[in-house]
Write a protein that binds this ligand. Structure first.
Ligand code: SME
Length: 301
Protein backbone atom coordinates (compact mmCIF):
# COMPACT_ATOMS: atom_id res chain seq x y z
CA UNK A 1 0.00 0.00 0.00
CA UNK A 2 1.10 3.57 -0.66
CA UNK A 3 -0.34 6.99 0.10
CA UNK A 4 -0.54 10.39 -1.51
CA UNK A 5 -2.22 13.62 -0.40
CA UNK A 6 -4.41 15.36 -2.95
CA UNK A 7 -5.93 18.82 -2.55
CA UNK A 8 -8.71 19.36 -5.06
CA UNK A 9 -11.05 22.02 -3.68
CA UNK A 10 -13.84 21.12 -1.25
CA UNK A 11 -12.77 17.79 0.23
CA UNK A 12 -16.31 16.42 0.47
CA UNK A 13 -16.59 15.92 -3.30
CA UNK A 14 -12.90 15.15 -3.84
CA UNK A 15 -13.00 12.29 -1.33
CA UNK A 16 -16.18 10.89 -2.89
CA UNK A 17 -14.48 10.84 -6.28
CA UNK A 18 -11.28 9.12 -5.10
CA UNK A 19 -13.05 6.49 -3.02
CA UNK A 20 -14.79 5.20 -6.18
CA UNK A 21 -11.57 4.68 -8.12
CA UNK A 22 -10.47 1.07 -8.54
CA UNK A 23 -7.31 0.46 -6.49
CA UNK A 24 -8.06 3.16 -3.88
CA UNK A 25 -8.17 1.28 -0.59
CA UNK A 26 -9.02 4.05 1.86
CA UNK A 27 -9.46 7.81 2.07
CA UNK A 28 -9.44 10.37 4.83
CA UNK A 29 -10.14 14.10 4.61
CA UNK A 30 -8.09 16.68 6.47
CA UNK A 31 -5.91 19.75 6.26
CA UNK A 32 -2.43 19.75 4.77
CA UNK A 33 0.63 21.97 4.63
CA UNK A 34 -0.54 24.78 6.93
CA UNK A 35 0.83 26.61 9.92
CA UNK A 36 -1.44 26.49 12.99
CA UNK A 37 -1.08 23.45 15.25
CA UNK A 38 -4.17 21.13 15.41
CA UNK A 39 -6.50 23.20 13.24
CA UNK A 40 -10.29 22.74 13.39
CA UNK A 41 -12.57 22.93 10.32
CA UNK A 42 -13.89 26.26 11.60
CA UNK A 43 -10.37 27.70 11.89
CA UNK A 44 -9.40 26.52 8.42
CA UNK A 45 -12.65 28.01 7.10
CA UNK A 46 -11.42 31.49 8.12
CA UNK A 47 -8.72 31.01 5.45
CA UNK A 48 -5.98 32.31 7.74
CA UNK A 49 -4.30 29.02 8.75
CA UNK A 50 -2.44 28.25 5.53
CA UNK A 51 -4.01 24.79 5.21
CA UNK A 52 -5.47 23.23 2.07
CA UNK A 53 -8.49 20.92 2.28
CA UNK A 54 -6.84 17.65 1.30
CA UNK A 55 -7.68 13.99 0.83
CA UNK A 56 -5.27 11.35 2.08
CA UNK A 57 -5.53 8.58 -0.51
CA UNK A 58 -4.28 5.11 0.36
CA UNK A 59 -3.94 2.98 -2.75
CA UNK A 60 -2.71 -0.37 -3.97
CA UNK A 61 0.05 0.45 -6.46
CA UNK A 62 -0.31 -2.99 -8.06
CA UNK A 63 -3.85 -2.17 -9.18
CA UNK A 64 -3.52 1.59 -9.48
CA UNK A 65 -0.17 3.01 -10.57
CA UNK A 66 0.56 6.48 -9.15
CA UNK A 67 0.67 7.95 -12.64
CA UNK A 68 -2.92 6.83 -13.26
CA UNK A 69 -4.11 8.15 -9.90
CA UNK A 70 -2.58 11.57 -10.51
CA UNK A 71 -4.10 11.66 -14.01
CA UNK A 72 -7.48 10.79 -12.46
CA UNK A 73 -6.96 13.62 -9.95
CA UNK A 74 -6.54 16.12 -12.78
CA UNK A 75 -10.00 15.17 -14.10
CA UNK A 76 -11.59 16.50 -10.92
CA UNK A 77 -9.91 19.91 -10.80
CA UNK A 78 -9.46 23.03 -12.87
CA UNK A 79 -5.66 23.04 -12.80
CA UNK A 80 -5.39 26.63 -14.03
CA UNK A 81 -7.65 28.14 -11.37
CA UNK A 82 -5.93 29.88 -8.44
CA UNK A 83 -7.54 29.37 -5.01
CA UNK A 84 -10.91 28.58 -6.56
CA UNK A 85 -12.59 25.29 -7.51
CA UNK A 86 -16.21 25.42 -8.63
CA UNK A 87 -17.70 28.30 -6.67
CA UNK A 88 -15.52 27.64 -3.63
CA UNK A 89 -12.94 30.38 -3.12
CA UNK A 90 -10.03 30.72 -0.73
CA UNK A 91 -6.50 29.41 -0.19
CA UNK A 92 -8.02 26.39 1.59
CA UNK A 93 -9.47 25.34 -1.79
CA UNK A 94 -6.14 25.58 -3.62
CA UNK A 95 -5.05 22.53 -5.54
CA UNK A 96 -1.98 20.51 -4.70
CA UNK A 97 -0.26 17.15 -4.77
CA UNK A 98 1.70 16.49 -1.56
CA UNK A 99 3.94 13.43 -1.44
CA UNK A 100 5.57 11.60 1.45
CA UNK A 101 7.83 9.33 -0.58
CA UNK A 102 10.51 11.38 -2.44
CA UNK A 103 10.67 8.56 -5.01
CA UNK A 104 7.17 9.56 -6.14
CA UNK A 105 8.30 12.99 -7.28
CA UNK A 106 9.56 11.98 -10.73
CA UNK A 107 6.31 10.19 -11.59
CA UNK A 108 4.18 13.09 -10.41
CA UNK A 109 6.35 15.59 -12.29
CA UNK A 110 5.86 13.50 -15.41
CA UNK A 111 2.08 13.80 -15.14
CA UNK A 112 2.29 17.53 -14.40
CA UNK A 113 4.40 17.94 -17.53
CA UNK A 114 1.89 16.02 -19.64
CA UNK A 115 -1.08 18.05 -18.35
CA UNK A 116 0.80 21.34 -18.72
CA UNK A 117 1.58 20.47 -22.33
CA UNK A 118 -2.13 19.78 -22.97
CA UNK A 119 -3.19 23.11 -21.49
CA UNK A 120 -0.24 24.98 -22.96
CA UNK A 121 -0.04 27.13 -19.82
CA UNK A 122 1.63 26.85 -16.40
CA UNK A 123 -0.49 24.95 -13.87
CA UNK A 124 -1.70 26.49 -10.61
CA UNK A 125 -1.35 23.15 -8.80
CA UNK A 126 1.18 22.90 -5.97
CA UNK A 127 3.66 20.04 -5.99
CA UNK A 128 5.38 19.77 -2.63
CA UNK A 129 6.45 17.27 0.00
CA UNK A 130 3.79 16.78 2.68
CA UNK A 131 4.76 19.00 5.64
CA UNK A 132 1.82 18.12 7.88
CA UNK A 133 -1.68 16.65 7.77
CA UNK A 134 -4.44 16.90 10.35
CA UNK A 135 -7.52 14.73 9.82
CA UNK A 136 -10.82 16.66 9.92
CA UNK A 137 -13.40 15.64 12.51
CA UNK A 138 -15.79 12.74 11.87
CA UNK A 139 -18.59 14.90 10.41
CA UNK A 140 -16.44 15.52 7.34
CA UNK A 141 -15.30 11.95 6.71
CA UNK A 142 -17.28 10.22 3.91
CA UNK A 143 -19.49 13.32 3.94
CA UNK A 144 -21.35 12.55 0.71
CA UNK A 145 -21.98 8.94 1.73
CA UNK A 146 -23.62 10.19 4.92
CA UNK A 147 -25.29 13.12 3.09
CA UNK A 148 -26.08 11.94 -0.45
CA UNK A 149 -27.84 15.23 -1.26
CA UNK A 150 -25.11 17.30 0.37
CA UNK A 151 -23.28 20.13 -1.34
CA UNK A 152 -20.78 19.15 -3.99
CA UNK A 153 -18.81 21.27 -6.45
CA UNK A 154 -18.14 18.31 -8.77
CA UNK A 155 -20.46 16.94 -11.48
CA UNK A 156 -22.24 13.68 -10.64
CA UNK A 157 -20.66 11.89 -13.61
CA UNK A 158 -17.26 12.07 -11.91
CA UNK A 159 -18.59 9.67 -9.30
CA UNK A 160 -20.37 7.43 -11.79
CA UNK A 161 -17.56 6.83 -14.26
CA UNK A 162 -14.95 5.31 -11.91
CA UNK A 163 -17.60 2.97 -10.50
CA UNK A 164 -18.77 2.08 -14.02
CA UNK A 165 -15.22 1.26 -15.14
CA UNK A 166 -14.44 -0.94 -12.16
CA UNK A 167 -17.82 -2.74 -12.35
CA UNK A 168 -17.40 -3.30 -16.07
CA UNK A 169 -13.96 -4.80 -15.52
CA UNK A 170 -15.45 -7.26 -13.03
CA UNK A 171 -18.41 -8.00 -15.31
CA UNK A 172 -16.29 -8.76 -18.38
CA UNK A 173 -13.83 -10.89 -16.43
CA UNK A 174 -11.96 -13.13 -18.83
CA UNK A 175 -14.86 -13.68 -21.25
CA UNK A 176 -13.09 -14.18 -24.60
CA UNK A 177 -16.02 -13.48 -26.94
CA UNK A 178 -15.85 -9.92 -28.23
CA UNK A 179 -19.59 -9.72 -29.09
CA UNK A 180 -20.50 -10.71 -25.54
CA UNK A 181 -18.04 -8.14 -24.14
CA UNK A 182 -19.33 -5.32 -26.33
CA UNK A 183 -23.00 -6.21 -25.73
CA UNK A 184 -22.69 -6.09 -21.96
CA UNK A 185 -20.53 -2.98 -22.13
CA UNK A 186 -23.22 -1.13 -24.10
CA UNK A 187 -25.89 -2.32 -21.67
CA UNK A 188 -23.97 -1.30 -18.55
CA UNK A 189 -23.02 2.15 -19.90
CA UNK A 190 -26.65 2.81 -20.91
CA UNK A 191 -28.04 1.59 -17.59
CA UNK A 192 -25.60 3.54 -15.41
CA UNK A 193 -25.28 6.76 -17.36
CA UNK A 194 -28.76 6.98 -18.87
CA UNK A 195 -27.56 8.07 -22.33
CA UNK A 196 -29.96 8.01 -25.30
CA UNK A 197 -27.91 5.69 -27.52
CA UNK A 198 -24.81 3.67 -26.69
CA UNK A 199 -23.20 1.32 -29.16
CA UNK A 200 -20.28 0.10 -31.17
CA UNK A 201 -19.35 0.35 -34.82
CA UNK A 202 -16.62 -2.10 -35.80
CA UNK A 203 -14.15 -1.85 -38.67
CA UNK A 204 -15.18 -4.18 -41.50
CA UNK A 205 -12.69 -4.37 -44.35
CA UNK A 206 -10.75 -1.28 -45.32
CA UNK A 207 -13.36 1.38 -45.82
CA UNK A 208 -16.41 0.76 -43.65
CA UNK A 209 -17.67 0.53 -40.09
CA UNK A 210 -20.53 -1.85 -39.42
CA UNK A 211 -23.03 -1.62 -36.58
CA UNK A 212 -22.19 -3.80 -33.58
CA UNK A 213 -23.90 -4.38 -30.22
CA UNK A 214 -25.87 -1.34 -29.05
CA UNK A 215 -28.61 -0.12 -26.74
CA UNK A 216 -31.18 2.40 -27.96
CA UNK A 217 -33.27 3.08 -31.08
CA UNK A 218 -32.45 1.45 -34.43
CA UNK A 219 -29.39 2.98 -36.08
CA UNK A 220 -27.54 3.25 -39.39
CA UNK A 221 -25.80 -0.02 -40.17
CA UNK A 222 -22.77 1.09 -42.16
CA UNK A 223 -20.57 4.20 -42.01
CA UNK A 224 -17.76 4.93 -44.46
CA UNK A 225 -14.14 5.71 -43.53
CA UNK A 226 -13.96 9.42 -42.64
CA UNK A 227 -17.76 9.81 -42.80
CA UNK A 228 -19.84 11.19 -39.94
CA UNK A 229 -18.42 11.52 -36.44
CA UNK A 230 -17.70 7.78 -36.21
CA UNK A 231 -15.82 7.63 -39.50
CA UNK A 232 -13.86 10.78 -38.58
CA UNK A 233 -12.86 9.28 -35.21
CA UNK A 234 -11.67 6.15 -37.00
CA UNK A 235 -9.73 8.15 -39.60
CA UNK A 236 -8.11 10.48 -37.05
CA UNK A 237 -7.65 7.79 -34.38
CA UNK A 238 -8.89 10.11 -31.63
CA UNK A 239 -11.89 10.81 -29.45
CA UNK A 240 -14.27 13.39 -30.88
CA UNK A 241 -16.64 15.37 -28.67
CA UNK A 242 -19.50 17.05 -30.53
CA UNK A 243 -21.42 19.57 -28.38
CA UNK A 244 -24.00 20.22 -31.14
CA UNK A 245 -24.42 17.66 -33.93
CA UNK A 246 -25.84 20.35 -36.26
CA UNK A 247 -22.47 22.08 -36.17
CA UNK A 248 -20.44 18.99 -37.13
CA UNK A 249 -19.87 18.88 -40.90
CA UNK A 250 -21.02 15.53 -42.29
CA UNK A 251 -22.68 14.33 -39.10
CA UNK A 252 -24.89 11.30 -39.82
CA UNK A 253 -28.26 11.66 -38.10
CA UNK A 254 -29.56 8.19 -37.21
CA UNK A 255 -32.17 9.84 -34.98
CA UNK A 256 -33.41 13.42 -35.07
CA UNK A 257 -33.54 13.30 -31.27
CA UNK A 258 -29.78 13.13 -30.95
CA UNK A 259 -28.32 16.56 -30.12
CA UNK A 260 -24.76 15.88 -28.93
CA UNK A 261 -22.35 13.00 -29.28
CA UNK A 262 -19.01 11.50 -28.30
CA UNK A 263 -17.07 8.90 -30.28
CA UNK A 264 -14.09 7.05 -28.79
CA UNK A 265 -11.89 4.84 -30.98
CA UNK A 266 -10.98 1.32 -29.87
CA UNK A 267 -7.27 1.09 -30.64
CA UNK A 268 -5.23 -2.12 -30.49
CA UNK A 269 -1.60 -2.40 -31.59
CA UNK A 270 -1.82 1.08 -33.07
CA UNK A 271 -4.81 0.19 -35.22
CA UNK A 272 -8.44 1.33 -34.85
CA UNK A 273 -10.64 -1.77 -34.53
CA UNK A 274 -13.92 0.04 -34.01
CA UNK A 275 -15.51 2.94 -32.14
CA UNK A 276 -17.74 3.47 -29.13
CA UNK A 277 -20.48 5.94 -30.06
CA UNK A 278 -22.72 7.65 -27.49
CA UNK A 279 -25.56 10.05 -28.27
CA UNK A 280 -27.48 12.40 -26.01
CA UNK A 281 -30.82 14.16 -26.49
CA UNK A 282 -29.32 17.27 -24.80
CA UNK A 283 -26.80 19.70 -26.22
CA UNK A 284 -23.25 19.77 -24.79
CA UNK A 285 -23.59 16.59 -22.72
CA UNK A 286 -19.98 15.48 -23.16
CA UNK A 287 -16.67 17.06 -22.19
CA UNK A 288 -13.09 16.11 -21.24
CA UNK A 289 -14.35 14.07 -18.27
CA UNK A 290 -16.43 11.79 -20.53
CA UNK A 291 -13.54 11.54 -23.00
CA UNK A 292 -11.05 10.60 -20.28
CA UNK A 293 -13.19 8.00 -18.52
CA UNK A 294 -14.62 6.48 -21.72
CA UNK A 295 -11.09 6.08 -23.08
CA UNK A 296 -10.22 4.26 -19.87
CA UNK A 297 -13.34 2.11 -20.29
CA UNK A 298 -12.58 1.32 -23.93
CA UNK A 299 -9.09 0.15 -22.93
CA UNK A 300 -10.79 -2.72 -21.05
CA UNK A 301 -12.52 -4.06 -24.13
N1 SME B 1 -24.03 10.12 -35.59
C1 SME B 1 -23.09 9.10 -35.98
C2 SME B 1 -23.79 7.93 -36.63
C3 SME B 1 -24.18 6.86 -35.70
S1 SME B 1 -25.51 7.25 -34.74
O1 SME B 1 -25.19 8.40 -33.89
C4 SME B 1 -25.98 5.96 -33.77
C5 SME B 1 -22.05 9.68 -36.91
O2 SME B 1 -22.19 10.84 -37.37
O3 SME B 1 -21.08 8.99 -37.20
Amino acid sequence: MKEIYLAGGCFWGAEHYFRNIEGVVDTEVGFANGDTPSPTYEQVYTDTTGYAETVRVIYDQERLPLEELVLDYFQAIDPLSVNKQGEDRGTRYRTGVYYKDPDDLETIKGVFGKVEAEYGRPLAVELEPLRNFHPADGRHQDYLVKNPDGYCHLPLKLFRYPRLVSDLKALLGDEPDITARLANSAALIKERMGFFWVGFYMVAGTDELVLGPFQGPVACMRIGFGKGVCGASWKEGRTIVVPDVEEFPGHIACSSLSKSEIVVPIVRDGEVKGVLDIDSTDLSTFDHIDAFWLERLVSLL
